[in-house]
Design a protein around this ligand. Structure first.
Ligand SMILES: Cc1cc2nc3c(=O)[nH]c(=O)nc-3n(C[C@H](O)[C@H](O)[C@H](O)COP(=O)(O)OP(=O)(O)OC[C@H]3O[C@@H](n4cnc5c(N)ncnc54)[C@H](O)[C@@H]3O)c2cc1C
Length: 335
């Protein structure tokens, strides 16, 4: 066991040999920021001012999202006593994360490869989560998959999920077969992708079903009457991938300054008004000349998020203002 202290506090925890800093902290009731837990998203990056850490099972301790001096807390384990400096941390509220047997209430195909799955919690039960967080659903083989809530937190008796059918995917391809009344075991909330309070202009960039947590964030902003200069870029291959136009129209009505750009990378037909023929990162460059002073929230697959990050930093975004949730595929990492 190695004792790890959080810099500037009296909080400490122990990590077993080979246990990641993220897992050791969670086991002791301390939550550090995270999302994918697979060394991709970079949400858990922080510094280790004292002590020595190594990659868990030889994994790389950094990736391109790390700022100088940062390591990924999900991918490194201490080999001595250590002091860590996470970007933020808090004590876990033991009652906050819950397991539910949720019932399918409605299952609609909203795009050729996307299901909008609406679940209801058992009568009288409520889920507590922040807009932008995700749940884990248990698949038939007992492994779990992560899906972001698309509904805002105040709709706490239900859960809306936007699920892309991943070719060959064992869980997502079965989603269209779910019927009203079928049950699913879910656990939530997880993740640290959520809107930071403030007044600065925000840019939200979604790739495909990466729209789900962004919809939750925007619906929550609308509910709380948060009015910040906002640009939404939603990228898909073709026009049918922009599958929930009424939600966007509602925000456009609520906030006259709300800017929406649909970016289509593979469109062959004439583009509808407000659509551009571009990838997400190209659309960002086209519609935002500079990003100094902005916050950017990006969600989608790993290559898309990486390309948007690179473009955003070139446009002057402070790397600390880039927040992302990366839909890394495959079973969720237990813990
Ligand atoms: C934080 C988070 C939030 C997410 N939210 C959403 C969402 O809102 N909507 C959405 O559509 N998707 C979301 N995803 C992706 C989702 O969790 C699933 O990964 C996806 O639906 C595929 O699951 P599947 O069972 O169909 O495919 P799988 O059977 O898991 O296979 C998918 C792919 O992963 C590969 N794979 C399988 N096992 C492994 C492994 N052990 N390691 C690496 N690769 C493997 C397979 O070869 C295949 O290419 C999210 C992912 C994360 C991490």
């Amino acid at each position: 066991m190695n004792v790890v202290r959080i810099a500037g506090s009296d909080a400490s925890f122990e990590c077993a040999v080979g246990e990641s800093l993220l897992d050791g902290a969670a086991r002791h009731g301390i939550e550090l920021p995270y999302s994918c837990r697979k060394g991709v998203c970079g949400n858990c990056a922080g510094r280790v001012p004292e002590g020595e850490v190594v990659g868990v099972r030889g994994a790389p301790m950094t990736n391109e999202t790390c700022l100088p001096g940062q390591v990924l807390f999900c991918m490194c384990a201490p080999v001595s006593t250590a002091v860590i400096a996470p970007t933020e941390w808090h004590r876990i509220d033991p009652g906050a994360r819950k397991k539910f047997t949720a019932r399918v209430f409605r299952n609609q195909r909203v795009a050729p490869d996307v299901s909008l799955l609406q679940l209801r919690l058992p009568t009288g039960q409520r889920a507590k989560f922040k807009a932008g967080q995700y749940l884990r659903v248990t698949a038939a083989d007992g492994s779990t998959r992560c899906y972001s809530m698309a509904n805002p937190p105040h709709e706490s008796d239900s859960l809306s999920l936007h699920i892309r059918h991943v070719p060959g995917g064992s869980f997502s391809t079965r989603v269209p077969e779910l019927h009203s009344g079928d049950t699913l075991e879910v656990e939530l909330p997880f993740g640290a992708f959520s809107l930071r309070e403030g007044e600065r202009p925000i840019v939200l960039v979604a790739g495909g079903t990466g729209f789900a947590p962004i919809k939750s964030i925007l619906d929550d902003m609308a509910r709380r009457n948060v009015d910040r200069p906002t640009t939404l870029i939603w990228a898909a291959r073709q026009a049918d991938g922009i599958y929930l136009r009424p939600a966007v129209e509602k925000w456009q009505k609520k906030w006259p300054g709300f800017r929406f750009v649909a970016a289509l990378s593979d469109a062959t037909d004439a583009l509808p008004e407000g659509f551009v023929g571009a990838r997400a990162d190209q659309a960002l460059v086209q519609c935002m000349p500079a990003l100094q002073g902005h916050e950017l929230y990006c969600c989608g697959g790993p290559p898309m998020v990486a390309a948007v990050r690179e473009a955003a930093l070139r446009l002057g975004l402070d790397p600390r203002d880039f927040h992302s949730d990366v839909f890394v595929e495959g079973p969720a990492v237990p813990g």
